[in-house]
Design a protein around this ligand. Structure first.
Ligand SMILES: O=C(O)CC1=CCC(=O)O1
Length: 260
C-alpha cells in the first residue's frame, strides 16, 4: 500500500483490481477506514481498477492538526491521482466521501468520470449536533458517542441479525484517531456545498438509505434535484448502506457506472 504525500500529510492508499480497466475511487465515511469497502471489493475489482484511501485523520493516514475542510479533502484526492499518474476516475463516496465527491465534481470536473454520492448531504440545517458531538468526544473520547453513532450507521434489525459485522464496525469507529475525528466533525459543522451542486456536470447517481437518519432521503433528494440530470436510488438500509445491503449497493454502483 503506498503512502502518498498530500501537502505534507501522508495518505494511506490502496490500488487493486483489474489492470487496464476503468478506475474507480472509493471514499470513506467519518470514523471509517478504507476497510469499510470490503463488502464491495470482490465484485468491484473484477471490473475496475479500484483505489481506496484513508482520509486524512483516519486509519493509517497521518493526523495533521485541524481545521480540515472539503477543499482540503478534495485536494488530497487530486494529490493521490497526480502521484499515481491517473487522469480521471469514477467516484463513489459515502457520507463524507460523498461530500468530497461534490467538491471534486464542481471544482475538478476534468478528473471525474461518473459520480456516485451515497448517504450524504450538501449541508446541515442543524450544525449544533456536530458541535455537541465535538464536546462529547472531547470530554469522553469516541467511546462516549460510539453506541449512538452505530445506531445511526446500521438499523437495529441488522445489528441483531449480524452482531459480528456490527461489532467490527464499532471497533473501526473506536480505533479512529480522536484528533482526526474531531477535525472532521469541525469540517462537517460548517458544511454548505449547496451552491456547488448545479456546477456538477458529470453523470451522477445519488444513493439514499430508507432508514438513514444521519443523511435522510430528503438530503439525498436535495442533492439529486440540484445536479443536472442526476438520478436517485433508495436502498433499504440506514447510513452505512454499503455494509447493511452490500449486494443492492454494489449492483446500484456497477449498474450505473457500466451503463452507456
Ligand atoms: O458518523 C455519523 O454519525 C454519520 C456521518 C455523517 C457524515 C459522515 O461521514 O458520517
Amino acid at each position: 500500500m503506498p503512502m502518498i504525500d498530500a501537502d505534507g500529510c501522508l495518505i494511506n492508499v490502496s490500488v487493486e483490481g483489474r489492470d487496464g480497466g476503468p478506475t474507480l475511487m472509493l471514499s470513506n465515511s467519518l470514523g471509517c477506514t478504507l476497510q469499510m469497502w470490503e463488502p464491495q471489493m470482490k465484485a468491484l475489482t473484477q471490473v475496475f481498477r479500484v483505489i481506496r484511501y484513508d482520509r486524512r485523520g483516519h486509519g493509517k493516514s497521518n493526523v495533521p492538526p485541524g481545521p480540515y475542510s472539503m477543499e482540503r479533502f478534495g485536494r488530497d484526492v487530486l494529490a493521490i491521482l497526480d502521484d499515481l499518474n491517473i487522469e480521471k476516475v469514477h467516484w463513489c463516496g459515502l457520507s463524507m466521501g460523498g461530500m468530497v465527491g461534490q467538491w471534486l465534481g464542481a471544482n475538478a470536473p476534468e478528473r471525474l468520470g461518473k459520480i456516485v454520492l451515497a448517504n450524504t448531504s450538501c449541508y446541515y440545517a442543524e450544525p449544533t449536533k456536530w458541535l455537541e458531538r465535538i464536546q462529547a468526544v472531547k470530554a469522553g473520547g469516541i467511546a462516549a458517542v460510539a453506541d449512538a453513532v452505530l445506531a445511526g450507521w446500521l438499523t437495529a434489525d441488522f445489528r441483531e441479525r449480524e452482531p459480528q459485522i456490527a461489532a467490527k464496525m464499532k471497533s473501526m469507529l473506536l480505533a479512529s484517531p480522536v484528533e482526526g475525528y474531531l477535525a472532521c466533525c469541525e469540517a462537517l459543522s460548517t458544511l454548505d456545498q449547496r451552491a456547488l451542486l448545479p456546477k456538477i456536470k458529470s453523470p451522477t447517481l445519488v444513493i439514499a438509505g430508507r432508514h438513514d437518519m444521519a443523511t435522510p432521503i430528503a438530503a439525498g433528494e436535495l442533492i439529486r434535484s440540484n445536479i443536472p440530470g442526476a438520478s436517485m436510488t433508495i436502498i433499504d438500509a440506514a447510513h452505512i448502506s454499503n455494509v447493511e445491503q452490500p449486494h443492492a449497493f454494489t449492483d446500484a454502483v456497477v449498474g450505473f457506472l457500466m451503463q452507456r
